[in-house]
Every structure is written in C-alpha cells, then in structure tokens.
Write a protein that binds this ligand. Structure first.
Ligand SMILES: [Fe+2]
Length: 221
C-alpha cells in the first residue's frame, strides 16, 4: 500500500497492548495485593489511551468523512459507544476488586478477565473494519495530504506525554522495515527535540537492543 495508512501504526500498538493485558489479567492473582494493583494500574492506563483514541478518531476523522460520505461513520460510532459502555463496566469490576478483601477477589478477577476479553474481541473486529472498509473509503475520498493533515491535527492536540505513551505501544508492535519507515515519516513532521524524545523514551525502552540498533541504522541510511 503506498497510500497513507492513518490507522495501521496505532491500531497495531493497541492490539499489542490489549493482547498483553488479556494474558496479564488472566495470570494475575488478585488476592496478591501488589500484583493486583500493578495489573489494574496497567489496565487503567490502557483504558485511558483506548478512550482517547476513540475521541481522536471522532474529532478528526469522522466529521471529515461524514462531510464527504454521509452516514459512513454510523457503524463506527455505534461501536465506539459500545466500547465506552464496556470501559464503564470494566472500571466497575476494577473498583469491586479494589473494594473486596484479599481472599475474596478470585471470582471478581475472573469476571474482569471475561469482560475485558469480550471488549478486546469487539475492538479487534472494529479496528479491522476501520482498516479494511473505512481506510479504502478515506483513500477514495481524500488525498494523502488531507489524511496526513487529520493525523497531524490529532498529534498536535496531544500533550507530549500522551504522544510518548501511544508511541510506546505502536513502535514495538511494528516489524523492522515498517518501524524505520514510520519513524522516518515522524521525523519529517516533528521538531528535532520531539523526535529525539520519541527515540529515547518510546523506542529505546520498548525495543530489544538489536531492534533499536536496527532503527538507528535504518534512520542513518
Ligand atoms: Fe475506531
């Protein structure tokens, strides 16, 4: 695909983070205070990123798409509303775990695992729909410059720590050549110090030394 893929990098990152969390929640003993607390903190962090991702798509993609293809975002919006209800349910189970005494959390932990896995299944189907149905539509209706402008508007509205948080899931989710292409693209649109911060705080800590070296070599080529 030589057209701009506005969904690919971030959706790969979200799939990576959600997959790791399914495994992590399933293997957490919530009656162990410290382990339970750490897993819930990681889950809350991702729920915050996922919720803000939905809001970004709605604010910067859906409006533009509706203006050129009325009704095109109706299913997406219904999915997003479904996800937001899932976030509320998941948060309620997390609070119930926090309120329960140690020794009484196993059933709630299982409930969290099942509710979360159901959300992940729905989100995976939703993201595939965006990439397989909506992205071709965007490509038909918009130029790459227009699509890149939507993406730039999303990034411009984010505080730097959130940019880093999204990059920390997107960068390790990519394959090597894709990662170098993506970072080269980011480098073209970002101030030098912002790009340095992405390398130092998002790429380096999430990649193996070999993969990070490959990034350095790729960017120098
Ligand atoms: Fe979406």
């Amino acid at each position: 695909m030589n057209r701009h893929d506005i969904y690919g990098p971030i959706h790969k990152g979200i799939r990576l983070a959600l997959s790791e969390l399914v495994i992590r929640i399933g293997s957490t003993d919530f009656d162990d205070d410290a382990a339970g607390r750490e897993t819930l903190a990681a889950l809350r962090h991702q729920m915050m990123l996922s919720a803000s991702h939905l809001a970004h798509e709605e604010a910067h993609i859906h409006g533009a798409l509706e203006a050129r293809a009325e009704g095109a975002t109706l299913t997406l919006l219904a999915d997003h509303d479904h996800h937001r209800r899932a976030f509320d349910e998941i948060e309620a189970v997390m609070r119930a775990i926090e309120a329960a005494p140690a020794g009484a959390r196993e059933v709630l932990g299982r409930r969290l695992y099942l509710d979360f896995s159901r959300f992940v299944a729905a989100d995976f189907a939703h993201m595939a729909e965006e990439e397989m149905v909506i992205l071709p539509l965007l490509h038909r209706l918009f130029t790459d410059d227009e699509i890149i402008a939507m993406e730039a508007a999303i990034v411009a509205a984010l505080p730097p720590e959130k940019v880093i948080a999204f990059m920390k899931i997107a960068i390790p989710a990519m394959n090597g050549p894709e990662r170098v292409r993506f970072l080269n693209f980011v480098r073209c649109g970002a101030p030098a110090e912002a790009f340095e911060a992405i390398l130092n705080f998002a790429a380096r800590p999430t990649l193996t030394p070999d993969d990070y070296r490959a990034v350095e070599l790729g960017l120098a080529a």
